[in-house]
Design a protein around this ligand. Structure first.
Ligand SMILES: [Zn+2]
Length: 566
């Protein structure tokens, strides 16, 4: 009897280990850099409107480190963009996974040559290519690129992902056996409670409230005892630190137990890009917009379709009954298994509710399950069904040319259309016009504006204040400071500084002696760069022409003569 039991236990243990290793191969991929892996960002970390889809590997504060293919395969996709991933490579491997390398400075000579050919052919720096499985094969460990800081990156690093090639789901790379030094426990920095129905309450409040927590002698955390009644939920502020870096990373797992039973679990294991925007329901979006603090809810909102939860124990909400006591434990862990526990004692007690939320009733009711369209003083808003996560009364006002579309603390899942009637404007006004979003200080920022004869519109995912604005100032173009002498033979690169006040740069075009040249645009520094290695010159005198257009169509043309032999 006893022996059988042990055998069964052993079998369970081995099959568990087997299924784990079968799920994600842990020795197939090599690390993409030669240096030890120190992370500036973890997988599933909470970012603006999305979860971080990979790991950010520090590159010692510099660009130009050799990036190596994690395994044999072929380059299946190359993307060069001013934004987002900047220069990025996607390598498909025969085991069903794709590795992604982003924010690259440049590609290996073999890949760079292929990309430049296509850029010259299409006369565009920004490009997306899908080579077939014979064009750019790579070996495990082969240098494929140099690390950089291109696209939306704010400091040099390598963004690295592992995706399932078939489903395009992105998976936590640290499940593939990469070693990261992490002996530090995650930290829980704040706790919030949410009364979730009209008659539910926490500490006599019917609105969300901050709870105080303190450290116990064993290093864990304890909340002051609360009284509650009805359906409630919690959210915590939390982060994890690794051994070799001071930055705050995301946690791997969050578990909530009530009286010993698991009621909620979130794991940063994998997700698909179509569900990443549900982060708006995972965090307390209003709090994030109001005080920039991201707290992670320990319960699942009804409209939240994110699949990073294990829902065996329910949706994480707690129904507190008058007269009963509950102990809620929230446990966060990093991928190395370091854990921090927060205990919240709850006394079920029905008391008078002292603070209650009162919804502001307006003529503009949004039933979130249907299409909604409203018009006021020449401004129209049209929301496709399920743009909102829940039904509400929209605060919609148009005063002094400013359209107030509710406020930015309410998240949206889709774009809506905002249209302004411009039939009363002159032709000249229409030419320089654009739709601007106003921030709380009244600062205007350009939003992509489509103009028709008597109206203009934009599609946006953000509520808030919008107005019509005008831009008649063309972009500025000048040679980079070192190029003011006319002989450029000793330079390997030609640099031009460009900038635009108002709506920003939409497009640019560079030519030498009448022929299109590839100019790489770095929007962070406002610099266009041409590589003299792209072309050999026959004569010494040359004409450079650069044309830059801003987002309403104001155009500047710059022409200069320079001399260069070879
Ligand atoms: Zn990243």
């Amino acid at each position: 009897m006893k022996k059988q039991y042990i055998l069964a236990l052993l079998l369970t243990v081995t099959s568990l280990t087997f299924s784990q290793s079968k799920k994600y191969p842990t020795s197939y991929f090599r690390k993409p850099l030669d240096i030890p892996l120190v992370l500036a960002g973890t997988f599933g970390e909470l970012r603006g409107n999305h979860f971080h889809s990979g790991i950010d590997i520090k590159t010692q504060g510099r660009s130009g480190l050799k990036v190596r293919a994690s395994a044999n395969g072929y380059v299946a996709r190359i993307k060069v963009s001013h934004w987002g991933y900047g220069k990025a490579l996607y390598i498909k491997h025969p085991n069903g996974y794709t590795t992604v390398y982003a924010h690259l400075k440049k590609f290996s000579p073999k890949i760079e040559k292929y990309v430049k050919q296509q850029q010259y052919k299409k006369q565009s720096f920004e490009i997306q290519l899908f080579p077939n499985n014979k064009q750019l094969r790579v070996k495990k460990g082969e240098m494929i690129a140099y690390s950089g800081n291109t696209g939306g990156s704010t400091a040099p690093h390598l963004h690295y992902e592992i995706r399932n090639s078939k489903t395009e789901k992105t998976i936590n790379p640290l499940l593939f056996g990469f070693k990261i030094a992490d002996h530090k426990k995650p930290q829980i920095t704040s706790l919030r409670a949410y009364p979730l129905t009209e008659d539910s309450q926490v500490n006599q409040s019917g609105v969300p409230l901050q709870l105080s927590i303190h450290r116990t002698s064993d290093g864990d955390l304890m909340a002051d005892k609360i009284t509650a009644c009805g359906k409630i939920g919690f959210a915590i502020g939390t982060f994890d630190r690794l051994d070799d870096a001071p930055n705050k990373n995301g946690i791997y797992r969050l578990v909530q137990k009530v009286n010993g039973a698991k009621t909620h679990q979130f794991t940063a294991q994998k997700f698909s890009f179509s569900e990443t925007r549900y982060i708006n329901l995972l965090i307390d979006y209003q709090r994030y917009k109001e005080i920039k603090q991201r707290v992670q809810k320990c319960y699942i909102e009804p409209s939240n379709k994110l699949k990073m939860y294990t829902t065996i124990g329910g949706d994480g909400t707690i129904t507190v009954e008058d007269g009963n006591n509950y102990t809620t434990i929230i446990e966060v862990s990093d991928i190395e298994g370091n854990k921090t526990k927060l205990t919240i004692p709850i006394q079920g007690k029905k008391e008078p509710i002292l603070i209650q939320k009162e919804p502001k009733i307006t003529p503009y009711y949004i039933d979130y399950k249907t299409f909604n369209k409203f018009e006021k003083n020449g401004v129209t808003v049209a929301f496709p069904k399920q743009t909102f996560y829940e039904s509400l009364y929209l605060d919609f006002q148009v005063n002094d040319n400013v359209a107030k579309i509710h406020d930015e603390t309410v998240p949206l899942h889709k774009n809506y259309t905002l249209t302004f009637d411009i039939s009363h404007l002159s032709k000249k006004q229409k030419k320089h016009l654009y739709i601007a979003r106003l921030n709380s200080k009244g600062y205007k920022s350009f939003v992509r504006t489509i103009k028709k004869k008597d109206k203009c519109y934009t599609t946006t995912k953000y509520l808030g204040n919008y107005t019509l604005a005008y831009d008649s100032i063309p972009p500025k173009i000048r040679l980079y400071k070192s190029h003011n002498k006319q002989w450029l033979t000793r330079f390997s690169k030609l640099r031009v500084k460009i900038s635009d006040k108002g709506t920003g740069i939409k497009k640019y075009r560079g030519q030498i002696d009448g022929k299109w040249i590839l100019m790489e645009y770095d929007p962070k520094r406002g610099i266009l760069t041409y590589d003299f290695n792209d072309k050999k010159f026959q004569k010494a005198k040359h004409t450079l022409k650069v044309v830059v257009t801003d987002n309403v169509g104001n155009t500047s043309t710059f022409v200069s003569t320079f001399y260069r032999k070879k």
